[in-house]
Design a protein around this ligand. Structure first.
Ligand SMILES: C[S@@+](CC[C@H](N)C(=O)[O-])C[C@H]1O[C@@H](n2cnc3c(N)ncnc32)[C@H](O)[C@@H]1O
Length: 292
C-alpha cells in the first residue's frame, strides 16, 4: 500500500465513524492526510512528492492506530499531534487552548486590512489571544510593531508563551493576564479579537471534538455576545483616533446585528464569507455605548 492509498483508506474510516471536522481541516481526506503524514514524519505540504511511496505492514498498522485514537477519543487531530498550522505558520497546541483556526489570520495575512489601516500599525493588541497565534501572525506581518496579547486564562497564556518563544518574538510580543482590557495600557492602532462567541444553544449541541476545547474559549452566553458587548463598550478607550477593531463573530452575525443594530461595521471577505470577521473603526465606537 502506498501513502495515498493509506490516506484514502483512513479518510473512509473517518467518514464512516462520523467524526467532526472544523478544527484545522474541513473534510475527511484533509484530516486523514494530516494525521498520516504527521505519523510518517513526512512534510504536510508535499503530498504529491510522497504519494507513491510504498509502506510496509508495521508502518501501516502504526498509522492506523493513530486514526483509531482519533475516532475513539474524538480528540481534535491537533491535540493528538501537538501542532497546527495557520497561514503556513506552525503553532504548538494542546488542551490549554482551542485549536488555532481563526479567520482573522486570513485578513492579517492577505493584505485585506491595509485598506483599513492608516499606515503600518505601531501597536497591536490581540485580545483573547489563547495560544498566541494571532499575536504571532501580527508580529510577523508587521516586523516593527509592538504586539500585546491578553487572555484571562493562565493555561492559555502558558501555551502562548511557548508559541511566542518558538517564533523568537519575546522582544515584540508581550503577554498579559487579565479579564478583557484589564491588564493592558495605552492605545492601539489595531485590536484583533477572536472572542468566545458561541451561543448557548450551539454550545449545548457541540460535537465531542469541540467539547474537548476549553468552554471558556467558546461560550458567549445566551446569544453569544456576552464578551462582545463589553468589548464594544470599552474598545474606543483603547484605540488611537484612527484605530481599528477587527472582530471575529463566526456564524453569529445575526446575533451581533441584533445586539448592535446601530453600529456601523463592515464585513471582511474570508474563506467563510463576508459575515464572519468584522472591521469596526474607532469613530463608530464613539461614544461608548452609542451602538446599542
Ligand atoms: C475563541 S478563543 C481564541 C483564541 C485565539 N485567539 C485563537 O484565535 O485561536 C477565545 C479566548 O478568549 C479567552 N477569554 C475568555 N473570556 C475572556 C475574558 N473575559 N478576558 C480575556 N480573555 C478571555 C479564552 O481564554 C480564549 O483563549
Amino acid at each position: 500500500m502506498n501513502v495515498l492509498q493509506l490516506i484514502e483508506r483512513c479518510s473512509a474510516r473517518l467518514d464512516q465513524a462520523g467524526v467532526s471536522f472544523g478544527q484545522g481541516t474541513t473534510n475527511a481526506f484533509d484530516e486523514a492526510a494530516w494525521l498520516v503524514l504527521w505519523r510518517l514524519n513526512l512534510p504536510l505540504d508535499a503530498l504529491d512528492d510522497v504519494a507513491a511511496h510504498e509502506l510496509d505492514e508495521p508502518t501501516v498498522g502504526h498509522v492506523e492506530a493513530l486514526i483509531a485514537q482519533r475516532i475513539e477519543t474524538r480528540r481534535p487531530a491537533a491535540y493528538l499531534t501537538g501542532e497546527a498550522w495557520l497561514q503556513g505558520v506552525p503553532f504548538t497546541v494542546d488542551e490549554r487552548s482551542i485549536v488555532p483556526r481563526s479567520l482573522v489570520a486570513e485578513v492579517l495575512a492577505d493584505g485585506t486590512l491595509d485598506a483599513w489601516l492608516h499606515g503600518t500599525p505601531a501597536r497591536v493588541l490581540d485580545l483573547c489571544t489563547g495560544n498566541g497565534s494571532l499575536a504571532v501572525l501580527a508580529a510577523l506581518r508587521w516586523p516593527a510593531a509592538a504586539v500585546d496579547a491578553a487572555d484571562v486564562s493562565s493555561d492559555a497564556l502558558q501555551l502562548a508563551r511557548i508559541n511566542v518563544q518558538r517564533h523568537d518574538l519575546e522582544d515584540r510580543v508581550a503577554l498579559h493576564a487579565g479579564d478583557g482590557f484589564a491588564a493592558v495600557r495605552g492605545r492601539y492602532d489595531l485590536i484583533v479579537c477572536n472572542p468566545p462567541y458561541v451561543n448557548a444553544a450551539s454550545m449545548a449541541a457541540l460535537p465531542p471534538e469541540f467539547r474537548a476545547e476549553p468552554a471558556l474559549a467558546l461560550a458567549g452566553g445566551d446569544d453569544g455576545m456576552d464578551f462582545v458587548r463589553r468589548l464594544i463598550d470599552e474598545a474606543a478607550a483603547h484605540l488611537q483616533p484612527h484605530g481599528l477593531l477587527v472582530l471575529e463573530v463566526g456564524h453569529e452575525r445575526a446575533h451581533f446585528d441584533a445586539a448592535f443594530p446601530r453600529l456601523e461595521v463592515a464585513g471582511l471577505p474570508t474563506s467563510e464569507g463576508d459575515d464572519a470577521v468584522l472591521a469596526i473603526a474607532r469613530e463608530a465606537l464613539e461614544p461608548a455605548g452609542a451602538a446599542r
